[in-house]
Design a protein around this ligand. Structure first.
Ligand code: BJ8
Length: 384
């Protein structure tokens, strides 16, 4: 049974990292293969079908940023600096032990960082088209997914058959359905789980090796939370203000934003980032004649601010505000993330039209603005 607690202190964080080093070292020494990935657009079924494990490398800690800034500009997104910093300092076991890294041409900062990352560890970059509505975009992405398939086949001396891809799609879809159950628990009134527990479960699941282990983590959490709720446990007050958290990936600010919302009378009932329901509910058509095409089509549908135009994200958030009966929307913008920052205007317009209170928080992974963030969030929650 995995430990589902959030690290509460730096010592615990260090212990967790040490455990991670030992785990990943054992895995690799016993013949396991890891490939580092960074983005929701990465077609995971291909790695499953090749028998290798795709592991998320998105940096979520402030720790390596000072070192990263020796190479990268200071005014760059903290997620990009932390991701590079972990490779640069050899402090992340997953980056250290992975065979190579797969990135995509998403935002400018990330795709240019990949060029430098390639000097440290082989980084294979998929060329992601950024206008989903163009008819030929699907063909471009299909060709990119095919090239990745060939890369994996050559690297690992395996054949990625349609049968293996179909099996992988089935398992990934099942995992997605369990993840949707997790989100549904968070959306109950009152929620069956604190938002920080959900964020922590999702973050931990990403560091398990393989879809089966990840699925088992989520399943155990869902079953435990359902049983506790049925037994009458109510971890969140009925009076807690229901928040939808949208914008940039939030794992790096769980403490600064998630815990602060909870400590000030709120609860995040909907995590609306690229790993949230908006993306998770997209399934691969397992019965499609061309399974590789079905996989590539599924991933290109994802609504990220790097796409232009990207109305689908705003529409989706609008639907989820209703579905989760939210009291307010908090938009997280990581510093220097231009795509989410500019798109925040559209998000605010939608909230204004729907009469939903909205606030934008621009922050990074440091603690320097923690007091200011707490004051702003407390004032926002107070007025809901
Ligand atoms: S699908 S959100 S994981 S690109 S926050 S690095 S966009 S400057 S992380 Fe992302 Fe894929 Fe989109 Fe999701 Fe750039 Fe913005 Fe930083 Fe970002």
């Amino acid at each position: 049974m995995p430990n589902l607690e959030l690290p509460k202190s730096f010592d615990e964080f260090v212990d967790a990292r040490k455990a991670g080093f030992i785990h990943v070292k054992d895995y690799v020494e016993n013949g396991g293969h890891l490939v580092g990935i960074f983005c929701s657009y990465t077609p995971l079924e291909l790695f499953d079908a090749a028998g290798v494990c795709a592991i998320g490398l998105c940096g979520t800690s402030n720790e390596p940023i000072a070192d990263a800034e020796k190479v990268l500009p200071k005014n760059l997104c903290p997620l990009i600096k932390a991701s590079y910093g972990f490779a640069y300092t050899d402090k992340c076991p997953y980056t250290y032990f992975c065979d190579f890294i797969v990135g995509e041409t998403t935002c400018d900062g990330k795709k240019k960082m990949f060029e430098l990352l390639n000097d440290i560890k082989e980084t294979y970059v998929m060329q992601l088209p950024q206008g989903q509505k163009r008819a030929y975009a699907k063909d471009i992405w299909y060709e990119e997914v095919k090239l990745l398939k060939e890369k994996l086949e050559e690297k690992y001396g395996v054949e990625i058959t349609d049968e293996k891809l179909r099996e992988a799609a089935g398992k990934r879809n099942a995992l997605r359905r369990t993840q949707l159950e997790l989100y549904a628990l968070q959306g109950m009134n009152p929620p069956a789980l604190k938002s920080t527990e959900v964020m922590s479960t999702l973050a931990q699941g990403l560091f398990h090796f393989g879809v089966d282990a990840q699925h088992a983590t989520y399943r155990a959490r869902v079953d435990a939370a359902k049983a506790a709720y049925e037994a009458g446990e109510r971890p969140v007050s009925e009076k807690a203000k229901r928040i939808l958290l949208t914008g940039c990936p939030s794992t790096g600010v769980i403490q600064k934003v998630g815990v602060t919302i909870e400590n000030n009378g709120g609860v995040i009932v909907c995590l609306d980032d690229c790993g949230g329901e908006r993306t998770t509910k997209m399934m691969v058509d397992e019965d499609a004649d061309d399974i590789l095409r079905a996989i590539s089509d599924r991933y290109l549908e994802i609504h990220c601010s790097v796409m232009t135009t990207n109305e689908g994200r705003i529409e989706n958030t609008k639907e989820m505000c209703k579905k989760y009966n939210v009291d307010g929307v908090v938009e997280l913008v990581l510093q220097a993330c231009h795509t989410f920052n500019v798109e925040a205007t559209r998000m605010q317009e939608m909230c204004d039209e729907e009469g939903i209170p909205y606030m934008k928080l621009e922050t990074d992974y440091s603690t320097t603005d923690s007091g200011q963030i707490e004051t702003r969030l407390a004032a926002f929650l107070e007025m809901l």
